[in-house]
Write a protein that binds this ligand. Structure first.
Ligand code: FUC
Length: 785
C-alpha cells in the first residue's frame, strides 16, 4: 500500500488543538478479568493502516492482524453493458407502474456484471505460546483509550507479567512489549500464521517474514479469478536477557526478562490507481519500516506514540457523572446496564470509544476510510465483505468525526471519494448517459461503482449522498483551499450527474428513475406483490435538495458558475415534494404505498431530519410528521440493528426530545453492544458505534441552520455534566457546562472569526468573534468580560 501522492490536503487541524487542553481521565479504560474467548471479546488497537485485536491470553496470546488495503478481487468495470440501451424502456415502464417488467428488465440489464465484490481480509495472526506459566493469581486486561495502549497484567510463578500492545501512527508499526519481573522469566514461541494464500514464512536471526498473494478462484458472481493482491508481514524481536533462536519457521525466546516485538504489514495496493501495483514490493516496504523503527528504543517508540495519540484523543472530554463503579469490569457494567442500572460514566466511555475507533481506523498513515468493521476483521470472507456500504453505513462512519474534533480522520474518506469520481464517471456515462459521477450502494478499494448485489442495489443517489461528509468537512473547517480544490469539484460533478439523470414524470415533476428507498419495499396497490424499484423515493428528493443546496452555497462562496447555480435553483423547484401520507407520517415513496416492513431498519425518508437539516421546528407539520414516522417504525419493531438504533438517537436529538434519545441510547447499549463495546450487528459492524457517538454529541450540541444550539436534547438523567472540546459548524470549539439540567456556562473558541449565533432553549444571542479568540458566556448567554 502506498499513500496518496501528488495531492496535498490542507486540513485545518491546528486550529482545533489551539486553546484546547489535553484532558486526562484516569477512568477511560475498558477492562476485564479474563482473556477474550472469541474475536468479538478481544480489544482493538489501530493506527489507521494497521489494526490488531488483542485477546490477552495467558498461555497463548493471539493477535489478529489487519492491514487496511488487503482485499481479494481486482478492478472490474461492472457496469451492465446493456444499461444505456434499456434505460429508456425501464423508465417508461416504471412511470407506467409496470413493476414486474421493470424488475425483470432491471435484473437483466442494469444489475452489475458481475454483481458482487470480494472481501476485505486479515493479513495474519501473531501467535505467542508461553511455556511454564501457571494459572495466574490475578489477571487484568484493559484498553486505555487515552493513550491507545492495550495491556495485560497477571501474577504467576512468583512473577509479575505485563504485556502492552499498541499501533503507533508516527512509526507506522505495531508494538508488543512483554515484561516479567520476578523469578520466572519469559519463555515463548512466536509464530506468524495465515489460513490461505501463504507463500512463505521465513525466519531470520530474530525476525519473521511472511509473504503471500491472494489467489482468487473464478466466480461468476464476483468476477474472474487470478493472482491478485500481494502482501507481506514482518516482525523483529528484541530480547532483554535470555536468548532468541529459530525453530522451524518460528522463533523461540528463552528466559528473557523483557521482549519487544515490532511488527508491520504491507500490500502492493496503490490507491492512486485503485489497483495493485506490481512496482510495489510489500516485503521491502515491511523491511524498511522495521529497520527505521528498530533504530529506536521501546521507550522512545512508546513516548512518540502516546504523545501523538493523546494529542488527538485528548481534544474532547465528556463528563456525565463520575465513575461510580471503578472496581467493576466493563462487561459486568454493561450487563448491569442491560438489567436497568444507570451508569452514565459507561455512556461517556462508549462515546469516547467511538472517537477512539475512528482515530484508530481512519487516518494517516492509512489511506482508506473506515470500512464496515473499521479496520478489524478476521474473516477471509467477512460479513458483507467488510466493505464500503454507501446506503447509510460509510456515511454514518463519519457522522461524529467533525463534531468530535477529529477532522483528520475524514481525510481518507475525502481522498477515496475524490478517486471514485474516475470509475464513477464511467458508470454515470455508460449506464445513464450523464455527465458527472455516481456509485451505487457499495464499493471496494478497486472502485467498483456499478449496481451491486441485486435489484435493491439500484441506488444511483448513493453517489450524491457520499458528498455530504465532503461538504460537512468544509462547514466545520472553513478551509477555502479544500473547498476549491476538492469539495466543490466533487460536489459539482455529482450535481451534474443528478441534473442529467432527472426525468419528468406525468405530473411534470423532475424525478429520479430508476431508484429505490434503501432496502425497503412496498406492496403494489391492491396486491401482495412486493416492489422495490421505483422512482423519486423521498430519500432521493432530500438528497438532491441537500446536494444542490451545498453546491449553490459553495459556488456562491467561491463566486463561480453563476449559470450552473441558477440551473440548480430552477431544478430544485421542479423536484417532486416530500409528502405527508394518510397516517400523518412522512411518505417513504412518491405515492402513499403500504410498506412491506413498517418496522424496517432503514428510515431513509428521514434523511431530511438527520443528517440533513431540512426538517426543523420551523416547519411544524413536517417536524411532527417526522416524529410520528419514527414512532411508527418503533411500534413495528424498528431499530433492530445497532446502526438503525443509533440513527434513531440522532433523530430524537434533532426532535429535541432528550428523553427518547436517551432511551434509545440505552437500547443501543443493551441490545446492540458487545462486551468489548463493539456494535453487535452479528458479528460486528462499526457504524453503530460511530452513529451512537454522533447521537450523544447531537444531544449536547447542534449547529445546523446557522445556529449553535446548546444542550438541545439533554435528558433528565444527565443532571450535571460538561463536554469540552466539541465542535460546531462555522469553526467553533465549545466547552459546555451544566448543573441541575440547566446550562451553567459555555466557553466558545472561534477558530475562524465568524459571527456566532448561539441558542439555549428559547433564547438566542449573536456576537461577532475574532479569529482564535475565546468567549465565556453565562447561564443567560451573557458574555463575561
Ligand atoms: C445495509 C443494512 C444492513 C447491513 C449492511 C452492511 O444494507 O441494511 O443491515 O448493515 O448494510
Amino acid at each position: 500500500m502506498i499513500l496518496l501522492s501528488g495531492i496535498i490536503f490542507i486540513i485545518s487541524v491546528t486550529g482545533c488543538q489551539e486553546g484546547l487542553n489535553n484532558y486526562q481521565d484516569e477512568t477511560l479504560k475498558l477492562w476485564y478479568t479474563s482473556p477474550a474467548k472469541q474475536w468479538t471479546e478481544a480489544l482493538p488497537v489501530g493506527n489507521g493502516r494497521l489494526g490488531a485485536m488483542v485477546f490477552g491470553g495467558i498461555h497463548f496470546e493471539h493477535l489478529s492482524i489487519n492491514e487496511e488495503s488487503l482485499w481479494a478481487g481486482q478492478p472490474i468495470n461492472n457496469n451492465n453493458p446493456d444499461a444505456g440501451e434499456y434505460l429508456p424502456e425501464i423508465r417508461q415502464k416504471l412511470l407506467n407502474d409496470e413493476h414486474e417488467e421493470v424488475f425483470r428488465l432491471s435484473k437483466e440489464h442494469l444489475l452489475g456484471t458481475p454483481p458482487r465484490i470480494r472481501s476485505y481480509q486479515p493479513v495474519c495472526d501473531l501467535e505467542l505460546t508461553f511455556f511454564g506459566i501457571e494459572e495466574p493469581e490475578s489477571y487484568r486486561r484493559e484498553l486505555d483509550l487515552q493513550n491507545g495502549i492495550s495491556s495485560v497484567n497477571y501474577y504467576s510463578n512468583g512473577t509479575g507479567y505485563t504485556r502492552e500492545v499498541f499501533a503507533s501512527a508516527p512509526d507506522d508499526i505495531l508494538i508488543v512489549r512483554l515484561e516479567a519481573s520476578g523469578t520466572f522469566p519469559l519463555t515463548l514461541g512466536i509464530q506468524l500464521t495465515r489460513e490461505q494464500d501463504l507463500t512463505s514464512v521465513v525466519p531470520g536471526k530474530n525476525s519473521l517474514t511472511l509473504t503471500g498473494q491472494i489467489i482468487d478462484a473464478p466466480d461468476t458472481l464476483s468476477g474472474p479469478g487470478g493472482e491478485h493482491m500481494k502482501f507481506a508481514a514482518g516482525l523483529i524481536v528484541f530480547n532483554e536477557g535470555g536468548s532468541v533462536k529459530v525453530e522451524g519457521n518460528s522463533l523461540m525466546v528463552e528466559e528473557a526478562h523483557a521482549l519487544t516485538i515490532l511488527m508491520t504489514a504491507a500490500t502492493d495496493y496503490n490507491i492512486n490507481n485503485l489497483n495493485f501495483d506490481r512496482s510495489l514490493d510489500p516485503e521491502k516496504i515491511c523491511k524498511e519500516i522495521l529497520e527505521q523503527a528498530g533504530k529506536k528504543k521501546y521507550t522512545t517508540l512508546k513516548k512518540r506514540h502516546i504523545e501523538e495519540f493523546s494529542s488527538l484523543f485528548g481534544r474532547v472530554s465528556l463528563d456525565l457523572g463520575e465513575n461510580l463503579f471503578p472496581e467493576i469490569p466493563t462487561d459486568t457494567r454493561l450487563q448491569a446496564v442491560r438489567e436497568g442500572i444507570p451508569d452514565h460514566h459507561l455512556v461517556s466511555l462508549y462515546f469516547q470509544f467511538g472517537r477512539y475507533l475512528l482515530m484508530s481506523s481512519s487516518r494517516e498513515p492509512g489511506c482508506l476510510p473506515a470500512n464496515l468493521q473499521g479496520i478489524w476483521n478476521h474473516h477471509m470472507k467477512a460479513p458483507w465483505n467488510s466493505d464500503f456500504h454507501t446506503n447509510i453505513n460509510l456515511q454514518m462512519n463519519y457522522w461524529h468525526a467533525e463534531v468530535c474534533n477529529l477532522p483528520e480522520t475524514v481525510k481518507p474518506l475525502i481522498q477515496f471519494v475524490n478517486l471514485l469520481r474516475r470509475p464513477g464517471s464511467v458508470t454515470a456515462k455508460e449506464m445513464y448517459g450523464t455527465r458527472g459521477w455516481t456509485l451505487h450502494h457499495l464499493t471496494d478499494p478497486f472502485g467498483r461503482t456499478g449496481v451491486m448485489d441485486g435489484v435493491w442495489g439500484i441506488s444511483p443517489m448513493a453517489g450524491p449522498w457520499m458528498t455530504f461528509p465532503i461538504w460537512r468537512h468544509f462547514e466545520y473547517t472553513g478551509d477555502m483551499n479544500y473547498l476549491k480544490e476538492y469539495a466543490y469539484p466533487i460536489i459539482k460533478e455529482s450535481a451534474e450527474f443528478v441534473i442529467d439523470f432527472l426525468i419528468e414524470d406525468s405530473d411534470g415533476y423532475l424525478v429520479t428513475a430508476p431508484s429505490h428507498s434503501p432496502e425497503n419495499s412496498f406492496f403494489e396497490p391492491g396486491t401482495n406483490t412486493r416492489v422495490s424499484i421505483t422512482y423519486a423515493p423521498t430519500i432521493d428528493i432530500q438528497i438532491i435538495n441537500g446536494l444542490f443546496d451545498h453546491c449553490i452555497t459553495a459556488s456562491e462562496i467561491l463566486d463561480m458558475d453563476e449559470d450552473f447555480r441558477r440551473q440548480l435553483i430552477e431544478t430544485k423547484q421542479k423536484l417532486s415534494p416530500v409528502q405527508i401520507g394518510k397516517d400523518s407520517t412522512i411518505q417513504e415513496w412518491i405515492r402513499d404505498y403500504e410498506e412491506v416492513e413498517p418496522g424496517h431498519r432503514h428510515m431513509s425518508h428521514l434523511m431530511g431530519l438527520y443528517p440533513l437539516s431540512q426538517i426543523t421546528p420551523k416547519d411544524h407539520e413536517m417536524f411532527e410528521a417526522a416524529r410520528r414516522t419514527i414512532e411508527k417504525r418503533l411500534r413495528h419493531g424498528g431499530g433492530g440493528t445497532g446502526w438503525s438504533r443509533a440513527w434513531i438517537v440522532n433523530f430524537f436529538a434533532r426532535l429535541q426530545d432528550g428523553e427518547k434519545a436517551y432511551q434509545n441510547l440505552l437500547e443501543l447499549l443493551r441490545k446492540s453492544t458487545l462486551d468489548n463495546l463493539f456494535d453487535n450487528h452479528p458479528p460486528f459492524q462499526i457504524d453503530g458505534n460511530f452513529g451512537g457517538t454522533a447521537g450523544i454529541a447531537e444531544m449536547l450540541l447542534q449547529s445546523h441552520g446557522g445556529e449553535v444550539s446548546l444542550l438541545p436534547a439533554l435528558p433528565e438523567a444527565w443532571h450535571d455534566g460538561s463536554v469540552k472540546g466539541i465542535c460546531a459548524r462555522g469553526g467553533f470549539v465549545l466547552d459546555i457546562f451544566w448543573q441541575n439540567g440547566n446550562l451553567s456556562r459555555v466557553k466558545v473558541l472561534s477558530k475562524l472569526g465568524n459571527p456566532c449565533n448561539i441558542r439555549y432553549r428559547d433564547k438566542t444571542v449573536q456576537f461577532e468573534t475574532g479569529m482564535g479568540k475565546s468567549y465565556l458566556l453565562d447561564e443567560n448567554l451573557e458574555i463575561k468580560k
